[in-house]
Write a protein that binds this ligand. Structure first.
Ligand SMILES: Cc1ncc(COP(=O)(O)O)c(C=O)c1O
Length: 397
């Protein structure tokens, strides 16, 4: 009855998730160190932020498929820091960056054509690609020995994955979940590949405002040649995923940019999915960026500190955490003979700690678990303490 766009059967639960529901139903207190929704994680928002949506303009519907000009101007002028100022005429607004991906897949790919995605990275790509009948080809991000924070592609290996069906390369910069930020040499490498093989670049910058190390800079991917689609939105930039406002900025050779914008406008016009109240309030919402980001950053840094203390407390390096340069995620290394999924489920069932198995993001054995630095601090510390107990139980046995 239904189309073949569903890679996995909707409604199915994996055993980890079933175990979580079972424990919750039994009233067992869980230490969930995965939350990525800032609105439910005790982040402080400026009072009155919701009242910004109640404006008389919000009652009139004058849809512009590219997004309301005032909202685009506000985003171009205020949304970016560190030299990222945008051009309102090169922006297309959409409801979320997930929607931006689906529009770009429609724009660029015939069914069965390929998009190259980094591994490890964000797990939702599979579903987004399945829904558009697009095939994902994963390219590995390797890390330099002795430098666990440094994850970059091997361009020779990446080149070998490009075929006549390849249409675009995705860069997640900063990466979710490794927290790695691309350096200029890597950005230039991607641009050169895109130019040589006629590929577009899709650059996901949703975590670019959350730099965690003083010396790290997240450089924009600028292009006068290959098409570059840069994605961002209120979901992470303002910690307001429910406001449903995101955007695609288009760069590259001017004639390609104009044509890409016209095609994206056609797609956007078919849905007109961005709501009027959020567009009318976009400039005022963006003006609240500093206090919201400060509250989120304080949480990220507090949990990073907790992770360093935890690592120092490890006997013979049984467990440790990475040092992300940016973003909301933390990789956990735990010495375990178990497969990541089995380990994560055992931690949940016996120690009541909910984590993501690293395999969900395409991580190898070195990083069996992924945690969220947005977790309320006391829960985060207790979750880490319990993971340490798991390893001590094994070594003492
Ligand atoms: C790297 C990355 N890109 C995109 C998204 C989707 O964000 P949105 O809420 O704008 O769809 C997420 C969400 O976690 C993400 O981690």
């Amino acid at each position: 009855m239904f189309s073949g766009r569903f890679g996995s059967e909707p409604g199915g639960l994996n055993s980890h998730w079933e175990a979580k529901l079972r424990l919750e139903a039994a009233g067992t207190p869980l230490f969930d160190i995965t939350p990525s929704n800032p609105t439910l994680a005790g982040i402080d928002y400026p009072p009155g932020i919701v009242s910004l949506l109640a404006r008389p303009e919000a009652l009139r519907y004058h849809p512009n498929p590219r997004g309301a000009p005032d909202a685009r101007r506000a985003i171009a002028a205020h949304a970016y820091s560190r030299g990222r100022a945008g051009d309102p005429d090169r922006l297309i607004l959409c409801a979320s960056t997930s929607e931006a991906y689906s529009w770009l897949f429609k724009l660029l790919c015939e069914p069965g054509e390929e998009i190259l995605v980094p591994s490890p990275s964000y797990p939702l790509f599979d579903d987004l690609a399945d829904l558009e009948h697009v095939t994902l080809v994963r390219y590995a991000l390797g890390h330099r020995p002795g430098n666990r924070a440094y994850w970059e592609p091997d361009f020779a290996a990446l080149r070998n994955l490009i075929s006549t069906r390849s249409k675009a390369l995705i860069l997640v910069n900063p990466n979710n979940p490794t927290g790695h930020v691309l350096d200029q040499a890597a950005i230039d490498g991607y641009l050169a590949l895109a130019e040589a093989y006629g590929l577009a670049l899709i650059v996901d910058e949703v975590f670019s405002e959350y730099i965690l190390q003083a010396e790290t800079r997240c450089a924009p991917v600028r292009s006068q040649g290959p098409l570059v689609f840069t994605l961002n939105g209120f979901s992470k930039m303002l910690g307001l995923p429910q406001m449903k406002l995101a955007w695609i900025q288009v760069e590259g050779r001017p004639d390609r940019v104009e044509s890409a914008l016209d095609h994206l406008e056609f797609i956007a016009d078919a849905f007109l999915s961005v709501n009027t109240p959020v567009q009318a309030a976009a400039a005022d919402l963006l003006a609240q960026r500093e206090p919201i980001q400060a509250s989120i950053r304080a949480r990220l840094h507090a949990n990073l500190k907790a992770s360093w203390e935890w690592t120092v407390g490890s006997r013979t390096q049984l467990y440790s955490a990475n040092h992300p340069e940016a973003g909301w995620y933390l990789l956990l290394h735990v010495s375990t003979p178990l497969e990541a999924e089995v380990f994560a489920q055992d931690l949940l069932e016996r120690f009541h700690v909910h984590t993501h198995p690293g395999t969900l993001f395409g991580l190898g054995k070195e990083w069996p678990l992924v945690a969220s630095l947005l977790t309320p601090e006391t829960v985060f510390r207790e979750g880490l303490r319990r993971i340490a107990l798991w390893t001590e139980e094994r070594t003492d046995a």
